[in-house]
Design a protein around this ligand. Structure first.
Ligand SMILES: Nc1ncnc2c1ncn2[C@@H]1O[C@H](COP(=O)(O)OP(=O)(O)OP(=O)(O)O)[C@@H](O)[C@H]1O
Length: 261
């Protein structure tokens, strides 16, 4: 049984089948990337897996349990957390407070205790602050803990968002374009971070346009075109697949590439 199984997911907008019968799975500690040309259905698939859209067909199985269309916060409690293409950082809060906000997503029933500032809630707050610092250390931001998030560079903000998603202690982490807008140095830092998180046993699903990054860090690549899965496999075999080349570059380029090889 895989940690995360995507089974025949499909959805349509009006007459357009944006994602059609897509299946694949992810194991513990594995990095799987979903790629495809613009409009292929990557974001839509991601949104179905993370509970933002309800699929018309198929299901999402997490650790053997059907979690299809659970709300994002319930999914977070079951062990699936995500980051967003457009950063969801609270700019006016400190770096550490942003991570602490992540812990609150998985807690329930603590609001009244917090409002009354009960000893239990003060103890919890102290622990959350310590755990947040440990997470910031992991993503290389411990020294910026008390700075306002707005003062961080773009690459650091991206790592902060990953730290906040890790605050939920996920089994599966979904990353929506983690390197978008980053320069080469920032992308490399995010590469290392993703590899380290996977090594700790977290399964990672990535949607990313930076093809070099995808080829560098993925164990497995799933390729979509017009909502349909057209290929999957290790990065090297997917990179050579004529169907994939055709989807990206057009049919003629694929035939040329095939003739050259
Ligand atoms: N909410 C929506 N309503 C109607 N059509 C949509 C909606 N979301 C996506 N689509 C359409 O579904 C198809 C897949 O879009 P999607 O954004 O998932 O592709 P993508 O692979 O993520 O593209 P990109 O690489 O450009 O981000 C496109 O034709 C898009 O226009």
């Amino acid at each position: 049984m895989s940690l995360l199984s995507i089974e025949g997911l499909g959805i349509a907008f009006g007459g357009l089948r944006a994602v059609d019968d897509v299946s694949f799975s992810i194991e513990k500690g594995e990095i799987v990337s979903v790629i495809g040309p613009n409009g292929a259905g990557k974001t839509t698939l991601f949104n179905m897996i993370s509970g933002v859209y309800r699929p018309k067909s198929g299901r999402v199985m997490l650790d053997g349990t059907d979690v299809t269309a659970l709300s994002p916060h319930l999914l977070a409690r079951r062990g699936m957390s995500r980051t967003f293409q457009n950063l969801q950082i609270f700019q006016a809060m400190t770096v550490q407070e942003n991570v602490i906000a992540g812990f609150h997503l998985k807690e329930s029933g603590s609001l009244i205790a917090d409002l009354l500032a009960l000893p239990s809630s003060r103890r919890r707050a102290r622990m959350a602050a310590q755990e947040a610092l440990a997470l910031l250390d992991r993503v290389g931001l411990a020294r910026a803990a008390s700075q306002e998030a707005a003062s961080l560079s773009y690459g650091a903000l991206k790592r902060l968002e990953i730290a906040r998603a890790l605050a939920l202690n996920p089994k599966v982490l979904l990353l929506d374009e983690p390197a978008a807008g980053c320069n080469a140095v920032e992308t490399e830092e995010i590469d290392h971070l993703i590899a380290e998180v996977a090594k700790s046993g977290v399964a990672i699903l990535l949607v990313e346009h930076d093809m070099k990054m995808v080829m560098r860090i993925s164990n497995h690549v799933v390729v979509l075109d017009h909502g349909v899965k057209i290929a999957e496999g290790d990065p090297a075999s997917v990179g050579k697949n004529p169907k994939v080349i055709a989807a990206y570059l057009g049919k003629q380029a694929a035939e040329d590439a095939h003739a050259d090889s």
